[in-house]
Write a protein that binds this ligand. Structure first.
Ligand SMILES: Cc1cc2nc3c(=O)[nH]c(=O)nc-3n(C[C@H](O)[C@H](O)[C@H](O)COP(=O)(O)OP(=O)(O)OC[C@H]3O[C@@H](n4cnc5c(N)ncnc54)[C@H](O)[C@@H]3O)c2cc1C
Length: 410
């Protein structure tokens, strides 16, 4: 009756927690740390705990919030007001997107970029929902809504260039959050990091239930005829008994290799630069246009900027030059908020997360599968499983829950 969970990222932990209520669980994780793409660590250069990358959770992400409750991590999350300040670094213009309360909240004038019309945005969202292609194909208009809505939202939500990202996936995600008004559009931040809110309490809970977490244990192959019978790891094989089950919760490209099936290929890089900058006057979240950075997050005296789909963002190749470029964005943003900022770059850290998301182009997302696999005792989890959600924490939690539920029924 043992459950094996391959991959101790968020999705694997969600599946492990559910399965550990009824049976013993073993987690097989390739890296030296659990958390996968959602992890916190102490950075010695900055002398602070940072996340591998800024993550935006919204109040619409009910499953992530319920997960934090379930494991006792909810105290590590803070929900802010539904207000997203924007700064155009090229023009200096500033505005705040503020979805109104109630079902018509998204129709409020403050819920849109200045000078854009509700009728046009509504038509464009309807077009994107019905379009089988990319965002750029679905929205041919390159007017103000393109620059202040479609382009930044494709990068923020899908980590794709509009020429690549699926229009339908983006539009559906917008309908689940911003389009439902303020109650579903509130930013949820983790002031002490994602790890203390979403990962560490789960590890404590699993340890208390006797789960066996094997770090530095990459799975190299899966074997079986009508059932998954053997998991090969770098440390040797694990043979499954007749009632044992397993969850495969690795990123998409690893799952495709292990199962020998089609799945979305690895996607694009997200770069994050973290700067030690006290008294910056910056808000906790700020959307940036007209620079290289797309979003800025401030946690205490650490100001972090995110560059999505970094391959095409014009980020210089060397670490120093990339940091200098992003520092110019941060310094300009802080000055726009009244701070006296030195020209010299402060202590900084650059983290480039390759394959931060799976390929979310229209062709690639058609290859999403799961939770079922060719073996009845193996379920597929991971943010790439066929949940209809993009590569997000919410998708990872939903996929983990569905994988565990499938095995409970099997
Ligand atoms: C920089 C960055 C910013 C992001 N921003 C946001 C955001 O703003 N909002 C949001 O909702 N989402 C965001 N995401 C996406 C989110 O982090 C992921 O969707 C989510 O963490 C995926 O979880 P997962 O468990 O599916 O996969 P992972 O976290 O990748 O976990 C998979 C685990 O499997 C392990 N593994 C791989 N191969 C093997 C093997 N052969 N054997 C054993 N173990 C293996 C890996 O080491 C890893 O621990 C961001 C991601 C990144 C990288």
């Amino acid at each position: 009756m043992r459950a094996y969970v391959i991959g101790a990222g968020l999705s694997g932990l969600v599946a492990a927690e559910a399965l550990s209520r009824t049976r013993p669980v073993t987690l097989l994780e390739a890296s030296p740390k659990a958390g996968g793409r959602c992890r916190s660590y102490r950075d010695e250069r900055l002398g602070r705990v940072i996340d591998n990358g800024n993550h935006l959770i919204l109040s619409a992400n009910a499953r992530v919030l319920a997960w934090a409750e379930r494991i006792g991590g909810a105290d590590g999350l803070r929900t802010g007001d539904a207000a997203f300040p924007f700064l155009d670094l090229a023009s200096g213009d500033r505005w705040t997107i503020r979805p109104g309360r109630g079902p018509l909240g998204a129709a409020a004038a403050e819920a849109r970029p200045p000078g854009t019309s509700l009728a046009r945005l509504g038509l464009q969202i309807a077009r994107a929902l019905g379009h089988p292609g990319t965002v750029a194909q679905a929205i041919p208009d390159r007017g103000p809504l393109w620059r202040a809505f479609w382009d930044p939202m494709t990068r923020a939500v899908l980590n794709e260039d509009p020429q690549d990202g699926s229009a339908r996936l983006l539009a559906r995600t917008m309908l689940r959050s911003f389009a439902r008004g303020a109650r579903h559009s509130r930013p949820v931040l983790a002031p002490d990091g994602l790890g203390p809110a979403l990962i560490d309490p789960a590890l404590d809970l699993l340890a208390a239930r006797g789960a066996d977490l094997r770090l530095r244990t990459p799975v190299t192959a899966l074997h079986g005829a009508d059932r998954l019978a053997r998991i090969e790891t770098r440390d040797g094989p694990v043979d499954l008994g007749p009632t044992d089950v397993a969850v495969l919760a690795t990123p998409s490209h690893h799952a495709a290799q292990l199962l020998g099936h089609d799945a979305p290929p690895a996607g694009k890089t997200i770069a994050n630069a973290h700067f030690l900058l006290p008294d910056s006057g910056l808000p906790p979240i700020l959307a940036l246009l007209g620079g290289t950075s797309h979003w800025l997050f401030r946690r205490g005296d650490v100001v972090s900027v995110t560059v999505s789909a970094a391959e095409s963002a014009g980020l210089p190749a060397t670490r120093e030059a990339a940091l200098e470029t992003l520092w110019r964005d941060v310094a300009a943003a802080a000055r726009a908020h009244g701070a006296a900022v030195p020209d010299a770059m402060p202590t900084a850290r650059l983290i480039k997360e390759k394959n931060a998301t799976f390929d979310q182009s229209p062709q690639a997302i058609r290859t999403r599968t799961g939770p079922g696999t060719k073996w009845p005792n193996l379920a597929l989890a991971g943010d790439h499983a066929a949940t209809g959600l993009p590569a997000t924490l919410e998708g990872a939690v939903l996929a983990g829950e569905r994988a565990a539920a499938r095995l409970e029924r099997a």
